[in-house]
Design a protein around this ligand. Structure first.
Ligand SMILES: Nc1ncnc2c1ncn2[C@@H]1O[C@H](COP(=O)(O)OP(=O)(O)O)[C@@H](O)[C@H]1O
Ligand SMILES: [Mg+2]
Length: 508
């Protein structure tokens, strides 16, 4: 048998594809080498080296003559390494080492030079795709990836350690049991921080509770040391648990990037991403080689915290605009286009001015009027329009700092947040948050009492709110009313929502 075929798979972005690995051997050609067609140049070279060595070091020999490996479809950009194992198997099948047909196998894995099978990225999206295709294929994966693979049920998956083991299994000289799928348990472990550690700052805590409950974007402004970073880092402790679907969505993204812990791969906690302000557009938005997902996608279903937001590069802030609106991002890179989910809650923090002390009673601010204006203007266009809740975080008062008052725990706050999450799931009958209501949904779900209506009219005129700002106020008022377990929005709900729009009337 000189011609053989086996299936493999790869991912492009989060989308999986089947790859046909075909091998043909021309024994009449004297050149004793492998030709791989359908991979990028560098990938081919590396793959060839690994496959050749792995075959030899596993005690097999390459068939004599020219070995042509074709990876179809050829125009699809493939990451070469995950195809190694399938290529090796197809070659060994051509040379007669494998006794049975290989067409009903799907094999993924990178090979080490010694024939060991190494982990690959994207096992979860790949297996979910295979399942979606109702495939009867027998799937072989690297043993290292078995916990990740066990998230998916209903497939015949065989984890393998090395090439010899796989050959013995396929030749029926060795028995392997298919992987058992794991029970999905989303119980969140304890956090090592808690809101009870934050003294005072009642208004900021209240605002973060509202943000968490409706997934509203929030901006905190205050002098250095006032606790902005401290508050933001405690946000994950009050977010409601993800649904199984949400957890799998997030885990798929981390799988594609290769960021899963092989021993505990399922991402159970809503992500909290905290990129540094020197980060590039590619690392935050996505891009670079293979159009990799960025921080905004790693924050999907969770929080993107941009600390010291005016220090971020202008192009990064500009590029956030569209994903903030759409909840997803499309990244193009040479031939590859990938769309990633990016539905996150933006939490931003900033000082009032570059030195941090503008407005401080001590008068020690050293910034010029122009410095302050430039500093604040940087976020005014792209970001401010997308912020639902703006709060000032004042310097902590000495009395609050030394106070013995027991502050409320994250657990308590979280209970209220969860209740509001349930109200939203019931209201929308889908996985939607108040912050993401459409214009239609706002009309339908934000009924104001007559008094609230009157107050709203006055406030909108006085603050000269734009259409977008009007909608934001209503969405936030909806979440405040939900926290109050009130169907209709009353004037106290509206009044509080207006408080979170102080930037509209600010001088800068
Ligand atoms: N409200 C507070 N309660 C307790 N400690 C606080 C509070 N605010 C600030 N701190 C202390 O000050 C430190 C600096 O706060 P941080 O969150 O970094 O301020 P910011 O980000 O506003 O500059 C914190 O790590 C904490 O030790
Ligand atoms: Mg800080």
């Amino acid at each position: 048998m000189k011609y053989s075929q086996v299936k493999s798979g790869t991912i492009n972005g989060l989308n999986a594809f089947f790859i046909d690995v075909e091998v043909d051997v021309d024994p009449k050609t004297v050149i004793h080498d492998i030709d791989i067609v359908g991979l990028g140049d560098t990938a081919v070279k590396e793959s060839k080296k690994r496959v050749k060595s792995a075959i030899k070091n596993s005690g097999y020999s390459l068939p004599f003559g020219r070995i042509i490996v074709n990876l179809a479809p050829g125009d699809l950009k493939k990451e070469g390494s995950s195809l190694d194992l399938a290529i090796a198997i197809a070659i060994l099948s051509s040379s007669g080492v494998l006794k049975y047909r290989t067409e009903d196998w799907l094999i993924v894995g990178e090979l080490g030079l010694d024939g060991s099978v190494r982990s690959v990225k994207g096992i979860l999206p790949l297996l979910l795709y295979i399942k979606e295709q109702n495939s009867e294929l027998k799937v072989v994966i690297p043993a290292v990836n078995k916990k990740e693979a066990s998230i998916v049920d209903g497939l015949k998956v065989y984890p393998v350690e090395n090439l010899r083991q796989l050959v013995a299994f396929m030749n029926r000289d060795l028995e392997l049991k298919p992987l058992e799928s794991a029970k999905i348990d989303l119980t969140v472990e304890e956090f090592d921080v808690d809101f009870s550690e934050v003294k005072g700052q009642k208004q900021a805590k209240r605002a973060l509770e509202i943000s968490a409950a409706g997934m509203h974007n929030v901006l905190m402004k205050g002098p250095p040391g006032s606790g902005k970073s401290m508050l933001a880092k405690r946000l994950p402790t009050i977010l409601p648990q993800m649904t199984v679907e949400e957890a799998i969505e997030v885990t798929k993204i981390y799988s594609a990037v290769g960021l899963l812990n092989p021993d505990d791969p399922l991402i159970k906690q809503r992500p909290f991403r905290n990129p540094h302000h020197t980060a590039s557009t590619a690392s935050i938005i996505g891009g670079g080689n293979n159009a990799r997902p960025g921080e905004i996608s790693l924050a999907h279903n969770g929080v993107l915290f941009l600390d010291e937001i005016p220090e971020f590069r202008r192009d990064v802030l500009e590029a956030l605009r569209q994903p903030l609106e759409d909840g997803q991002v499309t990244i193009a890179r040479s031939k590859t286009v990938a769309t990633y989910p990016a539905r996150f809650m933006l939490v931003a923090a900033q000082n009032p001015c570059p030195c941090g002390y503008y407005g401080d009673p001590s008068g020690k601010c050293t910034c010029s009027f122009n410095d302050i204006r430039k500093y604040n203007k940087k976020i005014s266009g792209p970001i401010l329009d997308r912020i639902d809740i703006m709060i000032e975080v004042p310097k902590l008062e000495y009395e609050d700092y030394v106070s013995k008052v027991q502050e409320e725990s994250s657990r308590k706050i979280r209970e209220r947040v969860i209740k509001v999450r349930e109200i939203q799931l019931y209201r929308f009958k889908e996985n939607l948050w108040n912050s993401r209501m459409s214009g239609e949904q706002i009309k339908k779900h934000c009924q104001l009492t007559p008094e609230a209506e009157k107050l709203f009219k006055v406030g909108v005129k006085r603050l000269d709110l734009s259409g977008r700002a009007i909608e934001k106020t209503l969405k936030v008022a909806r979440t405040i009313a939900d926290l109050d377990e009130s169907d209709s929005i009353n004037s106290s709900h509206i009044a509080e929502a207006f408080q979170y729009r102080f930037r509209e009337v600010e001088f800068f």
